[in-house]
Design a protein around this ligand. Sequence first.
Ligand code: SF4
Ligand code: SF4
Length: 108
Amino acid sequence: MSARDESDDTDCDPTISCSACEACCCRLEVILMGDDDVPVELTVEDRWGGWVMRRLDDGWCAALDRKTMKCTIYERRPGVCLEYPTGGSDCIIERSRHLTRDLTSGDA
Ligand code: SF4
Ligand code: SF4
């Protein structure tokens, strides 16, 4: 298991697994809801006065372990992360974007 949760959504591609992914979706903005309970030092206020997960200069969420590419607050990750469908269309798009970024930067 990587950063997000595996999904049993039937619209999702079952061949995609977080364990074989560089946490591509953990570069997205994660908007926090009222019942989320994440360490405050990992959050930041956005320009509209809402709260989001803080991201570091490399673009990934501050809660991501850069060595394992796993979520360090997995048990208390925000609802947005909990419900993100592995293998769903958004996941596939983010994985594709990440691959394109790597190819463009020569990191692949
Ligand atoms: S982009 Fe998809 S496969 Fe990768 S960590 Fe996120 S949900 Fe999992
Ligand atoms: S809280 Fe965890 S699952 Fe959510 S974006 Fe950050 S590292 Fe990824």
